[in-house]
Design a protein around this ligand. Sequence first.
Ligand code: SF4
Length: 445
Amino acid sequence: MNNHKHKLLLLNPPSVKPVFRDCYCSGTSKGTFFIHPLDLQIQSGFFSQTEFELEFIDAVCERLSPAKTLGKIGKFAPDTILSLVGETFLKDDAAFFSQLKSAFPPVRLFLSGDTAKFSPEKLFRNVPEAEGLLTDFSSPGLLEHLTGRSSANLRVSTSNPEPRTPNSVSKYVEYPIPWAGFMQKYPYQLPFFNDPRYYSIIASFGCPYQCRYCNTHLIGYRTRKIEHFMEELHFAFASGFKSLYVRDATFMVDKERTLRLFEEWKKTGLHFQWICFTRPDLIDEELVAKASSVGCCLMMLGVESFDEDCLKNNMSRSISLTSIRNAFRLLRKYGIRSAAQMMIGMRRNFQNISDYEENLRRFLRNIDPDYISLSVFFRRPGIEAVDPIFTHIESNEKLYKTLAVRINRIFYFHPRTLGRQIHLIRTPKQFALLFKIAAGLIMRR
Ligand code: SF4
């Protein structure tokens, strides 16, 4: 490489609606939250201490049109772009990449995302301009490729055929601390923290469970060394963050390891408020107490259905209602807020929708979460499961989306929920953000 620094742009391409395209999943964002694109955050670390000059554009967060995005790209004049791509809006993304290559023909284009991982041939057909696909965003695959080494984690269009990316034989996921410029570029915010500006971090990658509707387990499961997690905690703190989003698909899989992680965390003396995703059957009183003692303020629990039979037999997610109720009770006992993630419509008796709605509302009253998040089943890339419930929901998608909007409104405008949210507001920044979110709920059709 000569004296000219190789300019690498990390790009979240434009979209008319707020969308997400990272962690091998893509869809429309709920509410007005913006989350760090984790693929790009992790990739930034591989390049930050090298001869590469980095830039990051999140056109979704900036609400940039394709033309404005191209204008910003032109100002940086990159040699290479690593862009996210999403199966859900592949047509629009492909049209943008075609415009991009027409505007900047010499630019080398690489893609990361769900389609890159699970349907690489389809992606090359749709985006022939792409030089390569990063099939493991926790790997240095792109760096290796750009510095003349071959990588099992970067699928190059001319290499034909290339085997599916083998999951790393290591049980650990390892990557460098992210580029500081990435973390500081955009004020991503969430309303759950006193200081809504937060840092994203992971303690594991993938998931060891095998839920039939989810593709996360298809990438395997690797943990991060506890010392690496602590190192990044120090980096986040030194960078001025007081709030953390632990982005593991399923945090606290291994109780003994999690307790060790909390112990080490406590020893650092670093104070954060933090949130995470986990399963209700993974938490017990000891874990909840320790999590609370190191600043956990919210756990988002994958409940998905109130029908045990459906959970076990249709969703391959055997969780008892007793453990679900117990998890919500424990969180309340230790002052950790709870969010119930539900997949709307998931029950074995799927014929009667009004009975379903009544049962769901009764169930929610019973577990009494602070927040709910309702999603409608859609076939993520890599998921081929056939099930009468999935098929029923797919063919009645509009009905279930309408139901989700109605239940959301009823829940969030219930006096008990409103009272709790007002009670939790500690700072003007939190108030402003919650106000924006409430406006979004009212406006959503
Ligand atoms: S536990 Fe969660 S992340 Fe893991 S496979 Fe099931 S739904 Fe996916």
